[in-house]
Design a protein around this ligand. Structure first.
Ligand code: C2E
Ligand code: MG
Ligand code: MG
Length: 688
């Protein structure tokens, strides 16, 4: 280290070992002298420092303006100081506070042209600066926080609060400082609660929880409070910082959200979600203490009609009233829920036997069977109920739901206003039906699995061919032959009957046209479903389709069933009358089954009736069947109607019917239904 002339001076040590750095600088900032402390601060030997500009040690951005600021300090150092970042040789920076005094010295080592110099004290303020920054930040957070903050001393006396606090509580700052937070007490919290709070704070240094407090205006509200103890170096709690947010509103909306997600707004009953939740809980509880319970699905019968005839408001009222009645039928601990639309559900807890569930179901049926008084209108609905039992029928929620649903549909099929218990066989039947329906839809889209079979109808007197009945066949997935008795009801229930029937009618026309080219002109009798008449089968469409194949209505006989006549609506009569007017022949199928009112024959515009095969198949041996057939023949003879006997299997049946005066016949004994392409060959051999 280079010695300077101070080395022999008693103040030498004091200069070099001082806790601050000292620099001797000239008017342009060149370093003329430096103490050891400064050398350490910038990690440089003194020799390397001397003669360099202090500006070289100023870090980055500040360097440009440093010299100007230095000159100002040099000119007038008294009472002035300069702060800047200084960079050491190792490129670490510190925040330096520079304060100077002018010295006029004759010491030769510093003396330069007799000019005065500046003695600069350099203090490292980095730590101080950081602390200041932290404080500034803390103050900003404290003031701008939307959460209320309160600081108390160790005795709980309030030392400071922020703006959010005064705003929330409605107090002025001066009204609060020096007070005890007791003034905010709501009286809602038990004393024990506060005692526990303080105990936790003292032992752990931290507490958080919900608390009810009172604002200046007297209103109480709920807050989420966090208190942290601030300790001094000896570990004593000197202050407490309490931070809280008002959760009254948040709590309210969480409750609202929960309500909307779990309850039905119309009836205020639990909805399907909550029902599922409760069902899940019940199943879980069962693991601890076994119990039996029942799930009931309740569907109102003909509710749609109420909506359609009395309006939606009346419909809503009826649903609300239903909820009330259901409540009246169960125990307070049971759950009544609305699933959707007119579907309700009941969970009956802790039943002992299945008969308990049956009793409840019967009670519900009776309650719902009473007329509903909807303002000045009265409505009547009944219900269909499906019941499944836990644990007998299943252990899973989804399974129990499925069971109850299946059983409920069974109750509907059984004629409504009744209840049904779930039986395992229902699942199989439903599954089988579902795949059948899927396959049917598929077949309907591709049309390659359906076929027409035709069965001759002959005149029993002269044995000539009168026509053919069209009987549809479905070769499911290309092999199994499904009879129409299985797929027609399915098509009717699923609404696919209309598409299917259109296909069948077009196909019948196609074959009629094909027969014509072979000089055959048979009449084809097609079967129509009662669902198609009067609204779903357009006579205009039928006419147009026939015309496309150069055919006319006279080529077709429309076979209808009693179901069509049973409704006896003016629209049905109009449809039938119009069909006949256009030239279609109308035939009443399966006569003798069902109601078979002879009045039909008189009242409806018919051309022909078909005596059901159940009267024919043992007619030789049954005198009662003979008497019935004779009566029908007498009646139809009076009315001028044609009669076809179905299901003639033997020659003796044929002869007997001919002798009785029945004009037409159809059956295996004459010819079984045959694939349409076989018809021409059959006709040729029959007429030879
Ligand atoms: P249906 O209209 O009464 O047809 C007569 C049924 O008796 C046919 O049954 C026929 O095969 C059967 N049959 C004919 N001769 C005899 C016999 O000597 N003895 C016995 N025991 N039965 C005989 P299939 O073809 O199974 O049709 C059943 C029912 O399905 C039909 O009864 C008809 O109501 C309906 N159906 C058939 N095809 C269609 C269709 O395309 N559309 C509609 N809507 N229904 C159809
Ligand atoms: Mg028929
Ligand atoms: Mg029939």
């Amino acid at each position: 280290m280079a010695k300077d002339d101070l080395s022999g001076n008693p103040f030498y040590l004091l200069f070099h070992q001082a806790p601050v750095g000292y620099l001797v600088l000239d008017n342009i900032g060149l370093i003329r002298g430096a103490n050891e402390t400064f050398c350490r601060m910038v990690d440089q030997e003194r020799d390397q420092l001397i003669g360099r500009s202090l500006a070289e040690y100023v870090s980055g951005v500040e360097r440009g303006i440093f010299l100007a600021r230095y000159r100002a300090l040099f000119r007038n150092p008294a009472g002035q100081n300069l702060e800047t970042f200084i960079q050491s040789a190792r490129r670490s920076t510190f925040y330096a506070h520079l304060q100077g005094v002018r010295i006029n010295t004759l010491l030769p080592c510093w003396q330069v042209d007799n000019r005065s110099l500046l003695l600069l004290a350099v203090t490292d303020l980095t730590e101080h600066k950081r602390a200041e920054e932290r404080l500034r930040l803390a103050a900003t957070v404290f003031e701008t926080s939307t959460e209320s903050i309160m600081i108390t001393d160790s005795h709980g006396i309030i030392k400071a609060v922020n703006g959010a606090f005064t705003k929330t509580m409605g107090y002025e700052l001066r009204e609060i400082i020096g007070q005890n937070p007791r003034i905010f007490k709501s009286g809602r919290m038990p004393t024990e609660y506060y005692a526990r709070l303080w105990r936790t704070l003292i032992e752990v240094g931290y507490w958080e929880g919900e608390i009810w407090n009172r604002r200046k205006n007297g209103k109480i509200y709920q807050e989420w409070l966090t208190i942290t103890a601030v300790q001094d170096s000896e570990g004593q709690n000197v202050e407490y910082v309490a931070i809280f947010s008002d959760i009254t509103r948040r709590r309210l909306s969480t409750e609202e959200i929960y309500y909307q997600a779990h309850y039905d707004s119309l009836t205020r009953l639990p909805n399907r979600n909550l029902l599922l939740e409760r069902l899940g809980q019940a199943i879980q509880q069962n693991e601890r203490e076994p119990r039996k319970f029942a799930l009931l699905f309740i569907d109102l019968d003909h509710f749609k009609k109420v909506n359609e005839t009395l309006g939606l408001i009346a419909g809503d009222r009826l649903l609300q009233e239903t909820a009330q009645r259901l409540f009246g039928c169960v125990r307070i601990s049971d759950t009544v829920a609305r699933q959707m639309g007119d579907e309700f559900a009941v969970l009956l807890w802790d039943i002992e036997r299945s008969t308990d569930a049956a009793q409840a179901a019967a009670k519900i049926l009776a309650a719902l069977d009473q007329p509903f008084d909807l303002d000045d209108q009265s409505a009547h609905v009944s219900a269909s109920i499906g019941i499944t039992l836990f644990p007998d029928d299943g252990w899973e929620r989804a399974q129990l739901f499925r069971n109850a649903d299946l059983a409920m549909h069974r109750a509907k099929e059984a004629g409504r206003n009744t209840f049904q218990f779930f039986e395992p066989a229902m699942t199989e039947a439903v599954l089988a039906r579902r795949t059948l329906e899927t396959d049917f839809r598929h077949a309907l889209e591709h049309h390659d699995e359906f076929m027409l079979f035709l069965q001759p109808i002959i005149n029993l007197n002269d044995r000539r061919i009168s026509g053919f009945e069209v009987l549809s066949r479905w070769r499911r997935r290309g092999n199994e032959l499904v009879p129409p008795d299985r797929f027609i009801p399915l098509a009717e229930e699923s609404g696919l009957i209309h598409d299917f029937s259109r296909w069948m009618l077009i196909e019948a026309c196609r074959w009629l046209a094909a027969f014509k080219t072979e000089a055959l002109h048979p009449n084809l009798a097609v079967n129509l479903s009662s669902r198609q008449i009067p609204n779903r089968l357009s006579l205009d469409w039928l006419d147009a389709t026939l015309a496309e194949y150069q055919l006319s209505p006279i080529d077709l006989t429309l076979e209808i069933t009693e179901g069509v006549l049973l409704a006896d609506s003016p629209a049905t009569r109009t449809w039938l009358a119009e069909a006949r007017q256009r030239g279609f022949r109308i035939s009443l199928d399966d006569f003798g089954t069902g109601y078979s009112s002879l009045a039909y024959l008189k009242n409806f515009p018919l051309d022909r009736i078909k005596i059901d095969k159940s009267f024919i198949h043992d007619i030789e041996n049954r005198t009662l069947d003979q008497a019935l057939v004779r009566a029908i023949l007498a009646m139809t003879g009076e009315l001028g109607l044609e009669v076809v006997a179905e299901g003639i299997e033997t020659n003796s049946q044929l002869l007997l019917l001919q002798e009785m005066g029945c004009s037409y016949g159809q059956g295996y004994g004459i010819a079984p239904p045959m694939p349409a392409p076989n018809v021409i060959g059959w006709v040729r051999s029959f007429t030879q």
